[in-house]
Write a protein that binds this ligand. Structure first.
Ligand code: DAK
Length: 262
């Protein structure tokens, strides 16, 4: 059944899927409908073997995503709030569990839930104009989609506490220096830079890539010995793939490998 998307632009070409949150008038804030549409795109990507890498970005020059839709929160019942909270959790988990790399192209503000979604992505590229913050405290809230956990894991407790306690934003250069983003580029180069990385990832062996993602995401959450066992077992699986044979042959034949995900 074709997807009906009102708040999201979804494109696929040359092995790369691009999801653009398209509510620029609300700085791409996430309401339940928008989250549901992004989840539909991720489900489609999971099923489509032709897609090898994903870019998530925001429409317009101002924002990647200004967080959960504050307007939609007014007058929310406890059950509505619970549903929104669950949906944000589900979205971040869907990105983390997707067996393909996801790159956040942060074109402007990434605030509150917007930063939380960006942090669930595997890599983050920011425009020089991007500003990032866990601003929930300013409206009397705490991060609800993983910000208190993913932010300290990425930047350490010291900066995470400062950001969560004060709600202050940091600029792209600070985010880069503190390990929150992988790269900073001029705004007009952002999508090309994201596509370049996506293309590179799309050319890698898919099984090796998805197992690496799983190992880094899950391994860091357990003790080292258990994580090393997981790595050994995954190594055995990767060693049995046709793609490894292709990689070795290509190396010996001095040509580029063509990986099939088998
Ligand atoms: N939600 C809805 N609309 C938003 C929005 C948001 N998060 N952020 C901005 N907008 C809207 C503005 O209301 C404005 O709409 P109009 O007034 O034109 O109709 C339009 O986008 C442009 O925004 P501004 O006029 O404010 O633009 P400025 O350049 O002056 O300021 C700004 C940009 C990013 C500094 C400012 O808009 C701002 O501070 N926005 C709020 C950012 C923020 O605090 N985000 C964190 C949201 S809290 C929950 C589960 C999870 C969460 C919450 C609850 N439950 C289970 C209940 C997660 C919460 C968050 O993410």
């Amino acid at each position: 059944m074709p997807m009906e998307l009102k708040n999201v632009i979804y494109e696929k070409s040359e092995g790369i899927a691009i999801i653009t949150i398209n509510r620029p008038d609300a700085l791409n804030a996430l309401n339940a409908e928008t989250i549901d549409e992004i989840l539909q795109c991720l489900e489609d990507i999971a099923k489509d073997d032709n897609v090898r890498a994903v870019i998530l970005t925001g429409a317009g020059p101002k924002a990647f995503c200004a967080g959960a839709d504050i307007k939609a929160m007014k007058g929310m019942t406890a059950l509505d709030a619970r549903k929104l909270s669950q949906m944000g959790y589900k979205l971040c988990k869907a990105i983390e569990n997707l067996e393909k790399p996801v790159i956040a192209a942060i074109n402007g503000y990434a605030l509150g839930g917007g930063l939380e979604v960006a942090m669930a992505c595997d890599l983050r590229i920011a425009s020089e104009k991007a500003r990032m913050g866990q601003t929930e405290i300013n409206i009397g809230l705490i991060p609800g989609w993983g910000g208190t956990q993913r932010l300290p894991r990425l930047v350490g407790k010291t900066l995470a506490k400062e950001m969560v306690f004060t709600g202050k934003m940091i600029d792209a250069q600070t985010a880069y220096q503190r390990g929150l983003v992988n790269k900073v580029v001029p705004p007009e180069q952002l999508m090309d830079a994201a596509k370049e990385i996506a293309k590179e990832l799309a050319s890698k062996a898919p099984v090796a890539l998805k197992l690496s993602k799983m190992l880094i995401n899950h391994g860091l959450e357990t003790d080292l010995d258990t994580a090393l066992v997981l790595e050994r077992e995954a190594f055995g699986v990767v060693a049995s793939t046709e793609d490894l044979q292709e990689g070795v042959s290509a190396f010996l034949e001095k040509r580029k490998p063509v990986f099939k995900g088998k």
